[in-house]
Design a protein around this ligand. Structure first.
Ligand code: GLA
Length: 381
């Protein structure tokens, strides 16, 4: 099996080299349209509205691959060679755009304008009340409607290690005020980092809180539960939430609770503990108050089976660790079956419902101000 895999990989390398010189060829089911500035561009299928979508495959010298699509500015693959040299795709997802159009779990999604929840799906800004869509109990979740991850993004820039997608979000989009152009740049570095950089300058005061909703399984997508994989979160506290996952405003120390991830521990170690937050969230689905400010390491994950470790870096104050509690038998890449807790998400963010809590930072961005934030997932073996 290892041999065959290596053969496939070296064939891939040859085709990759060819693709830089030529134009159209196909490799198994992947139709390569072109190689632009060293990046492989392939068809990702046609949407139900007849729109052609593309997959951009970035590759580094260490055998890592990150593939992203203009459909939803979605992170589709992160391939990492494991301790035995076998390449593992460590994010859940689908084979083509049809899967992403039908999927409701936000696999690899770029989420906006405001990721996570806004209580009662409304907010006040400059004396005016804005009504959003109630798509999660009475609250708004991940934009509420017409989600960014179901839209076609313009491909603005393609270079040998990055792709920039652009979305024009208009005044009133999802109920939010102000036109805003949102740019998301995915970069794969030679340091084995997948960097996600968001930049937006709204024309009017508005709210912005973008995140990436990738589901990580460092033993490879489709390998089953992540409960035995270890996680660390550099946070002394988390935001307590009610039964609808809206923060109560309390900042609760993690010390002595199952929410304490300051030392690496298996995700499953205390997930079934008799603890209010875990009952209400059906497992981990909470915002941690990340220690420190500025760009810093905020979390890590490790699989003993593959030897793969991931570190998470961000400049944002919060992060949702979500343990895939709501996945119910989802068919993904190559027919893989994903079930409850087969992955974990590390959604960096302003705290949920921050617009209603004076002591939570963000997410108001004033007209002409630059919203600029970066989250990095870095891999080691
Ligand atoms: C976020 C939320 C979860 C859930 C997932 C998507 O992580 O916090 O409650 O909605 O998105 O299924």
């Amino acid at each position: 099996m290892g041999m065959i895999f290596r053969k496939i990989v070296s064939r891939w390398d040859e085709l990759w080299e060819d693709s830089k010189k030529t134009c159209v060829w196909s490799f198994y089911n992947i139709k390569i349209k072109e190689a632009r500035n060293g990046i492989m561009v392939s068809s990702f299928g046609v949407t139900s509205k007849g729109v052609e979508t593309s997959l951009y495959t970035l590759k580094n010298q260490n055998g890592m691959v990150a593939a992203v699509s203009d459909f939803g500015a979605t992170l589709v693959q992160i391939q990492v060679p494991d301790k035995d040299g076998k390449v593992q795709d460590v994010v859940l997802g689908y084979d083509d755009v049809k899967g992403y159009e039908a999927g409701t779990l936000y696999f690899g999604a770029t989420v906006g304008r405001v990721a996570n929840r806004i209580g009662k799906a409304s907010f006040e800004l400059n004396g005016k009340t804005y009504q959003l869509t109630q798509n999660d109990n009475q609250n708004s979740l991940h934009g509420g409607r017409d989600y960014y991850n179901y839209r076609m993004w313009e491909t603005e820039e393609v270079d040998d290690n990055h792709v920039t997608f652009l979305l024009h979000s208009e005044d009133g989009d999802q109920g939010y005020p102000g036109n805003v152009d949102i740019r998301v740049t995915y970069t794969l570095t030679e340091e084995n980092e997948v960097k996600i950089h968001y930049v937006a300058v709204p024309e009017e005061d508005t709210l912005l809180n973008l995140t990436n909703h990738s589901y990580f399984n460092l033993s490879g997508n489709g390998s089953g539960t992540v409960l035995d994989q270890e996680v660390m979160i550099c946070a002394d506290a988390y935001t307590r939430a009610d039964a609808e996952s809206i923060p109560t405003g309390e900042i609760v120390p993690v010390e002595g609770t199952p929410m304490d991830f300051r030392q690496m521990k298996p995700i499953g170690k205390e997930i079934e503990a008799d603890y209010e937050a875990l009952h209400l969230g059906g497992g981990y689905d909470h915002n941690w108050v990340l220690n420190g400010i500025g760009t810093r390491k905020v979390a890590a994950m490790h699989s003993e089976a593959t030897g793969i470790t991931m570190e998470v870096y961000t400049d944002l104050p919060g992060m949702q660790l979500y343990t895939g509690n709501f996945i119910v038998r989802e068919t993904g890449k190559n027919g893989a079956i994903y079930e409850k807790r087969h992955a974990a998400c590390f959604e960096t963010q302003y705290f949920p419902d921050a617009v209603h809590k004076d002591h939570f930072q963000g997410p108001v961005v004033r007209a002409g101000e630059t919203y600029d934030t970066t989250t990095t997932y870095k891999f080691f073996v």
